[in-house]
Design a protein. Sequence first.
Length: 75
Amino acid sequence: MKQTIKKKKLEEMLQQLSPIINFKFELDQYQTSPKVASLFLHNINQNYGFEDKIVVELGCGSGILGIGALLCDAK
């Protein structure tokens, strides 16, 4: 089993992504912060693991959760 990425390292990597600049609040478009995304993804990774799993992020906005899943070795 591969060693899982540390939460802090994941957060640092997600902070490098460009933020959404023109989101539309009236369309329920929100940006998930790197801190929240890394906590969410780290918990999933610790409990279930992403390695060799296919992840689909629908209605993804910036795609931060999908990108984070890839960083955790999802396909």
